[in-house]
Design a protein. Structure first.
Ligand SMILES: [Fe+2]
Ligand SMILES: [Fe+2]
Length: 350
């Protein structure tokens, strides 16, 4: 078994950085009246028209979450001229509220030089990557058939691949949109896929191989040095096609080939079909039992992560309301309910 590399420093969001700056404020926990002065990442710049005239809102983020600005009206536009998504800005402001939603009333905003602030302050993170590697490497060690193992190891014993894989987000704004998110998602897909494979008597090693390979295209589809963004080839080809290309190119570099042509096609099919349907980006639907299992495991990881994320975001709920204020795009325009019960755990008979 190979050693995992130590987690990159910026995957540890709560450690004090070299500059000695205070830990970044938790943007999700700020309440009306709280004041803030801290470097933030500009995640969005949106211009809209209204009866009162046009206005711009910025969305700010850091490693703990995000918060929108109050509107910058026409007279405020010079203060934000030239600010674009991906800029790092020093912001002074106070949390206010409009229509039950928090917004940051900005009194001062200044663009900082790129690279002047540690990314670990600015980007959400999956945290320590070591436990994910431990699990995935242990499961990978259980792949006994040599051609399958050799093919998977082309990627998973490559230090450069591992370094990029443990940094990459799993999406740029949806599920697991965090540094290390792709690794966390892969671990979930592998865990869920192994469990379904056992019950459905699918080939567990092949399902695991599919989990490990299905999203490798995201390494080329996304950029994460700053606001998470799609790369040019990500936009033109998508991570499914890119993953198939990456597998193809990597195997082609080996002589002799680590697997047969049929075996390579079976792996290509796992990548190609993992989104299930053409309307969700799959060029073909799953046609093998393992591809079917992988598709459901991928979907289960993505959907449950999205539900957990919307439930954890107080901005989705007005005041003390338990039902989300509106339907949420992250969970396919459903509403979310954050109520619960202790089910009698405190000894009460109910
Ligand atoms: Fe995918
Ligand atoms: Fe995935």
């Amino acid at each position: 078994m190979i050693e995992h590399s130590p987690p990159p420093s910026y995957l540890l969001p709560n450690s004090t950085d070299e500059s000695g700056m205070q830990p970044p404020p938790d943007l999700r926990q700020l309440i009306v009246g709280d004041r803030l002065q801290d470097p933030l990442l500009v995640l969005g710049v949106e211009y809209r028209d209204s009866a009162r005239g046009g206005f711009t809102t910025l969305t700010f983020g850091n490693c703990h979450g995000r918060i929108p600005s109050a509107p910058f009206w026409a007279e405020d536009q010079p203060r934000i001229a030239g600010i674009v998504r991906g800029d790092v800005v020093d912001v002074v402001g106070e949390v206010g509220q409009y229509n039950g939603k928090r917004q940051l009333k900005v009194s001062s905003i200044r663009v900082l030089p790129r690279g002047s602030i540690d990314w670990r302050r600015l980007l959400p993170s999956a945290g320590d990557v070591a436990p994910y590697w431990d699990r995935l490497d242990r499961w990978r060690g259980e792949i006994l058939r040599p051609r399958l193992r050799r093919t998977i190891d082309l990627f998973y014993t490559d230090p450069d691949f591992r370094r990029r894989y443990e940094e990459c987000p799993a999406s740029i704004g949806g599920h697991h949109a965090e540094l290390g998110g792709l690794l966390r998602h892969t671990c979930e897909v592998a865990a869920i896929g192994r469990a379904i494979a056992k019950v459905s008597r699918a080939d567990q090693e092949l399902v695991l191989a599919g989990a490990l390979l299905h999203d490798i295209g995201k390494l080329e589809a996304y950029r994460w040095q700053g606001a998470f963004e799609m790369t040019e080839c990500g936009a033109l080809l998508g991570h499914v096609s890119l993953g198939m290309l990456m597998l193809d190119r990597r195997v082609a570099r080996e002589s002799p080939s680590p697997c047969t042509d049929r075996e390579l096609t079976i792996l290509h099919h796992l990548i190609a079909s993992h989104h299930g349907k053409p309307e969700f980006g799959a060029p073909v639907p799953p046609m093998t039992l393992e591809a079917e299992v992988l598709h459901f495991a991928d979907n289960a990881s993505a959907k449950t992560a999205s539900m957990a994320e919307v439930l954890a975001d107080p901005d989705n709920f007005a005041g003390e309301s338990l039902v989300s204020a509106k339907s949420l795009w992250q969970i396919d325009r459903r509403r979310a309910f954050r109520g619960g019960s202790d089910w009698g755990a405190d000894g009460g008979g109910g």
